[in-house]
Design a binder for this molecule. Structure first.
Ligand code: PMP
Length: 364
């Protein structure tokens, strides 16, 4: 048996094996540097080169236009729940619209309330966040400071296939659990944020991509760290950034470019992987009860319940015996969650699919 499991953790999550091997080979001494990446100054030439390459890779992969800033921050996506409203609400635009499609959107709106006005443009809590709103259901304020969405709700496993239409109001997106899973048109967004620990690297680094004109909204009275402008003006080196995270982001984006062949290819692979698992849910609808409505299913987090908690527990332990791990659903939803981010190999999903078919045929 391999010492590495197929690890379906929702985050921190599996990373590409070749990236881990590269980290291992360079851990004691970066080539030409003679020290580990975690032992050198963030202002040293070699590190600035790594950070520059990480940003250049992101700009290339995601086709980020020049009028957008890329910031490398800390504090996770939870800090962005506060920084976004702190920076983007203004004296003229005192309220923001939140489209709440799951637990993370709800958490984001609860933090935003502490900073200013929040309107719920839609809230799916009545239907346990199993679906996304139709355009006609959105109650949008054309004078809102921004509209906030969560592109992929990690806990419920619902994902927007396309951005909602929000007119001229800047769209702010929490892309923590699906960043770089497919190409997106950055120009549709005012700001995108994503913690790294699902699709981009280790915990500790959070990437913010924002339209530069929005930086003008940040008030000088904000604490330095909490002001986007501080970080943009200092090229994310105002204080010591998450150097290890930036290094791993560089390696993950190298992998996406060189081994995967870009985000179109990544998307094809992600659709293929998700389809393998949803086909099993559809083949055994009584046994595997999917949480998400069929047209809102996530390509990243496949969520479902079995007929009883006992069967769920049995599923989890039998899967573990086959080195398929971390499949327990979030405590608020229960059941099973298989997180199949970019780095989950096709072979891992095939193994899980075969296990699921076998388990259902024995127990259903
Ligand atoms: N938003 C989403 C969509 C998430 O999945 C998570 C993490 N599970 C967060 C926000 C919170 O991220 P962090 O723990 O980095 O603050």
């Amino acid at each position: 048996m391999s010492t590495r499991n197929y690890n379906f953790s929702a985050g921190p999550a599996t990373l590409p094996l070749s990236v881990l091997e590269k980290i291992q080979s360079e851990m004691l001494s970066l080539p030409g540097v003679g020290a580990s990446v975690i032992e050198i100054s963030h202002r040293s030439g070699p590190f600035l080169e790594i950070a520059g390459a990480a940003e250049a890779n992101l700009r290339k992969l995601m086709q980020i236009p020049d009028d957008y800033a890329v910031l490398f921050l800390q504090g996770g996506s939870r800090l962005q729940f506060s920084m976004v409203p702190m920076n983007l609400l203004t004296d003229e635009k005192k309220s923001a619209d939140y489209i709440i499609t799951g637990s993370w959107g709800k958490n984001a709106s609860q933090e935003a309330v502490k900073e200013g006005g929040v309107r719920k443009a839609w809230d799916g809590s009545d239907t346990s966040y199993t679906r996304l709103p139709a355009a006609s259901e959105l109650d949008l304020d054309s004078n809102a400071a921004f509209v906030h969405i969560t592109s992929n709700e990690t806990i419920q496993g619902v994902q927007f296939a396309a951005e909602p239409e929000v007119g001229d109001v800047p769209l702010v997106c929490d892309a923590s659990s699906d960043v770089m899973h497919k190409p997106v048109d950055i120009k549709k967004y005012g700001l995108i944020y994503a913690c790294a620990q699902k699709n981009a690297g280790p915990a500790g680094l959070t990437v913010v991509i924002m339209r530069k004109d929005l930086l003008e909204r940040s008030k000088d009275s904000l604490p330095g760290y909490l002001n986007y402008k501080t970080h943009a003006d200092a090229d994310s080196m105002w204080n010591t950034p998450a150097t290890f995270g930036i290094y791993v982001l560089k390696l993950v984006t190298d992998w996406l470019i060189d081994e995967i062949g870009g985000l179109e290819k990544m998307h094809e692979q992600n659709k293929l992987k998700a389809a393998m698992l949803y086909e099993v849910l559809d083949a055994y609808p009584e046994f595997y009860q999917g949480h998400a409505a069929v047209d809102c299913r996530s390509l990243m987090n496949v969520t479902f319940r079995l007929p009883s908690d006992e069967l769920s527990a049995e599923f989890i332990s039998a899967a573990k015996a086959q080195q398929l791990t971390d499949l327990k659903g979030h405590r608020s939803v229960g059941g099973i969650r298989a997180s199949i981010y970019n780095a989950m190999p096709v072979a891992g999903v095939e193994t899980l699919r075969d296990f699921m078919k076998d388990f259902a045929s024995k127990k259903a």
